[in-house]
Write a protein that binds this ligand. Structure first.
Ligand SMILES: Cc1ncc(COP(=O)(O)O)c(C=O)c1O
Length: 389
């Protein structure tokens, strides 16, 4: 991706600790420290500008079997709760017959790769669930074999769904990063939604593919007579979807707050932003399985560093509560999708609001990136051992 008018990313301000944590005491020092590590803002990032994604991506998707824009659902009760004029939820629970947005990136990535390098023997991918299922679906449509490597925390239901696309599923001991390393050593065309030095071409195309989601949102907001988005909440794993959000919104005329949301046990982008360098966090455990990624994409990192103006980490309980609330509003969100609502709730505190775009009280868009796909990983394995022992 070519960057135009690249501004030097401003130095990271000291992460803000909420003064609402109270006067200094052992408890407030603990909460100050927790808040400081769960929140980051960089308001000048809203002024950063780059080139847009290629214009022909949406036209390609429109020709795919089963393509239709996913619903943008207005939820007035959330607008009242969040103090915004209008709140919309982009519901990715039925994207071309799959329960997540991922096929937008996988389809465009494979098309570009085949055009550039010819038809491969087979497709290979590592996954926390949704990306691998999307790659398996594309392979089936193209009549190609697929091998999908999953870390052991991926729930059995998600593995079965990948196998049902006729893919070979290989369980890898260790984290998502371990599965990616294994996948990179397999013969075939690696279709990975994260980048590292020397592997950036296909992840770049996958990020381009996600642009269709944001174009749909723009058109749907206009059709609803709503103001352009002033706050967009994006669940983050390796940060590729958030990269696509930055490219979309920082190549247009408005400057909304882009809020990246991660599990507090796998907050690799937030940790990188606070440290101001790409950082791997220890393997964690979370019900937000698709966001359980210890290392950000090297392609996403400089774009997020420059253009993402807010990031927050949320606990599992907040995502699960948000999923229940969205279900009550008619949106079937899994914990990853519901993380967007949990993140906005965590961001819209009196002390955090002032660093957001003034337009955040206008139109809020929550990306509910997946539907309900099965029991969360931890429910299958029993509760997390208590650290209190
Ligand atoms: C449902 C869901 N939401 C969000 C994400 C985050 O996307 P990324 O890893 O590009 O940050 C993923 C990644 O797999 C996902 O499966």
């Amino acid at each position: 991706m070519r960057q135009r008018d690249r501004m030097a990313a401003p130095a990271a301000p000291a992460p803000s600790a909420d003064s609402s944590a109270g006067p200094s005491s052992p408890l407030s020092r603990f909460t100050d420290s927790w808040f400081a590590h769960s929140w980051f803002t960089r308001p000048p990032a809203r002024l950063w500008r780059c080139d847009p994604a290629p214009a022909d991506v949406a036209g390609f998707h429109a020709m795919l079997p089963g393509y239709a824009p996913t619903p943008l659902v207005e939820v007035p009760a959330l607008a009242a709760e969040l103090g915004a004029d209008r709140v919309f939820v982009k519901d990715e629970s039925r994207r071309m017959g799959l329960p997540a947005f991922k096929i937008l990136g996988a389809a465009w990535g494979v098309r570009r790769a085949i055009r550039a390098h010819g038809r491969p023997e087979r497709l290979v991918a590592a996954t926390d669930g949704n990306h691998g299922r999307a790659v398996a679906r594309i392979a089936r449509l193209l009549g190609l074999p697929a091998r999908v490597l999953v870390p052991e925390h991926v729930p059995a239901a998600a593995r079965a769904a990948i196998a049902a696309e006729d893919a070979e599923v290989v369980v890898v001991r260790g984290s998502y990063d371990a599965a990616v390393r294994r996948a990179a050593a397999e013969p075939g065309l690696l279709v990975q939604d994260t980048a590292w030095p020397g592997y950036e071409e296909i992840p770049g195309w996958i990020v381009e593919g996600y642009s269709t989601l944001f174009r749909e949102v723009d058109a749907q907001l206009a059709a609803a007579g709503a103001a352009p988005a002033g706050l967009v909440a994006v669940p983050m794993g390796v940060g590729s979807l958030a990269q696509a959000a930055v490219v979309h919104y920082r190549s247009g005329g408005s400057a909304p707050t882009l809020l990246g949301v991660e599990p507090d046990t796998a907050a690799s982008v937030l940790t990188s932003l606070i440290a101001d360098r790409l950082t791997t966090v220890p393997d964690g455990d979370t019900v937000m399985a698709g966001l359980n990624c210890p290392t950000p994409s090297t392609l996403a990192w400089p774009v997020l560093r420059a253009g993402l103006d807010a990031a927050v980490a949320v606990p599992d309980a907040a995502a699960l509560r948000a999923a229940r609330d969205l279900a009550g509003h008619g949106v079937p969100a899994g914990p990853c999708g519901a993380a967007a609502l949990a993140g906005v709730r965590a961001a819209l505190t009196p002390t955090r609001r002032p660093s957001l775009s003034p337009a955040h009280t206008g139109t809020v868009v929550l990306l509910s990136t997946e539907g309900v796909t099965g029991p969360p990983a931890r429910a299958e394995r029993g509760p997390r051992p208590s650290s209190a022992g």
